[in-house]
Ligand binder design. Structure first.
Ligand code: NAD
Ligand code: UD1
Length: 351
């Protein structure tokens, strides 16, 4: 049997880019996803991109019987665990779904892994676990803060339970990856972020305004103590993020225990800087208006990515221009996300 990397949530935004990076690096992957926030078309696109069959199982990480079946049929050497609900607003209105899916789901997954002697895990955490940082850039040794919403709390709880697990049993080897703000898409324009309903995050809102699906962009807050009054974030290209997972998997082969790495660029951009860069690069004017601050937003958040550089040999390679070009290519080629039949859009406007 071939050694396999199991990717939970691998039909989603970051999971699909990571599946592609792993396949391109010569690994065999198995995607497990219940498609609650994704679709099979993404797997088809991965197959077109890699010219291989991508092993895919539609199923839930909370289905213990299914997990045992998977571990008995495949020689799983490591699990990259993306499967999670991720809407901050929904987590406030429906916290039980978030604690059940994210926290209890991770427990079910870890139990199944242990039953089947699989102990290597890469977990998708978030910079949200830092809460409101006292200073920037944010390094891993700042310690965690108080996430301000149930989604953020599920990430912190999972980090803590995985840490307890590692300390209870030396066979575990776990990488916690704290993502900053993933944006962009694969350069082919064939896979990308496809939010259901109205998006919450900045880049999908911006590209949907540009394509005409949303009339104008709302900029939340103009009075933050930042360069121009709007919030500053560390935007990172999703392909760079995907490569970070490959590096973390390589690290797990050499170590045991648990460790944590920030995956960010170390550079912060304000909301207005993002809008103006998008306009400069695409030549498309973005109508926007200011609104009050969004509850839970912090003024500034950007990473110190030094630890990932030193220990994983990873640094982000793609700059903001590339992130914007690739995000726009994905949106233009797929105006309705994966519902669109993919067509190469002329990016004549990109300067
Ligand atoms: P996504 O929603 O696109 O992908 C998550 C995938 O998990 C989806 O395909 C969904 O169908 C699947 N899924 C959810 N619950 C499942 C379950 N119980 N069983 C099987 N599959 C299930 O989200 P994403 O943006 O790709 O995020 C991936 C991971 O990264 C998540 O854990 C998310 O919390 C984390 N993260 C994302 C961001 C971001 O900005 N996108 C930032 C920090 C952390
Ligand atoms: C948000 C979540 C975070 C989660 C991450 C990925 C909150 C408070 N934080 O991060 O927990 O891990 O998404 O899913 O929701 N903005 C606008 N107009 C918009 C959308 C966003 O001005 O229409 C601004 C926001 O106020 C923020 C910045 O753009 O200042 C980035 O927002 P977003 O893309 O939602 O990411 P975060 O808030 O950093």
């Amino acid at each position: 049997m071939r050694k396999t990397t199991l990717i939970t949530g691998g039909a989603g935004y970051i999971g699909s880019h990571t599946a592609l990076a792993l396949i391109n690096a010569g690994r065999h992957v198995l995607v497990l996803d219940n498609l609650c926030n994704s679709c099979r078309e993404c797997i088809k696109r991965l197959e077109q991109l890699t010219l291989t069959r991508v092993d895919f199982i539609k199923g839930d990480i909370r289905d213990s019987r299914l997990l045992d079946d998977i571990f008995s049929r495949y020689d799983v050497e490591a699990v990259v665990h993306f499967a999670s609900l991720k809407s901050v607003a929904e987590s406030v209105s429906n916290p039980l779904d978030y604690y059940t899916n994210n926290v209890a789901g991770t427990l079910d997954l870890c139990r199944a892994m242990a039953r089947n002697n699989v102990f290597k895990l890469v977990f998708s955490s978030s910079a949200t676990v830092y809460g409101e940082p006292t200073r920037t850039p944010i390094a891993e040794d700042f310690g965690t803060g108080k996430p301000v919403n149930p989604y953020g709390r599920t990430k912190l709880m999972i980090e803590e339970l995985l840490s307890d697990l590692c300390h209870s049993d030396p066979r575990w080897s776990i990488a916690l990856l704290r993502y900053f703000n993933p944006i962009g898409a694969h350069e082919s324009g064939m896979i990308g972020e496809d939010p259901t309903g109205r998006p919450n995050n900045l880049l999908p809102c911006l590209t949907q305004v540009a394509i005409g699906r949303i009339p104008e962009l709302t900029v939340f807050g103009s009075d933050y103590p930042t360069v121009d009054g709007t919030c500053v974030r560390d935007y990172i290209h999703v392909v760079d993020l995907a490569i970070g997972h490959l590096k973390a998997l390589l690290k797990l082969q050499q170590t045991s225990g648990i460790d944590v790495w920030n995956l960010g660029t170390g550079v912060g951009y304000s909301v207005l800087q993002i809008i103006h860069s998008f306009e400069d690069i695409t030549g498309i004017a973005i109508p926007y208006r200011f609104a009050p601050r969004r509850p839970g937003d912090i003024a500034k958040c950007f990473a110190d990515p030094g630890k990932a550089k030193r220990e994983l040999g990873w640094t982000a390679q793609r700059d903001l221009r590339q992130m914007i070009i690739d995000a726009w290519r994905w949106q233009s080629c797929n105006p309705q996300g994966y519902q669109s039949s993919f067509k190469i859009a002329a990016l004549s406007a990109v300067r």
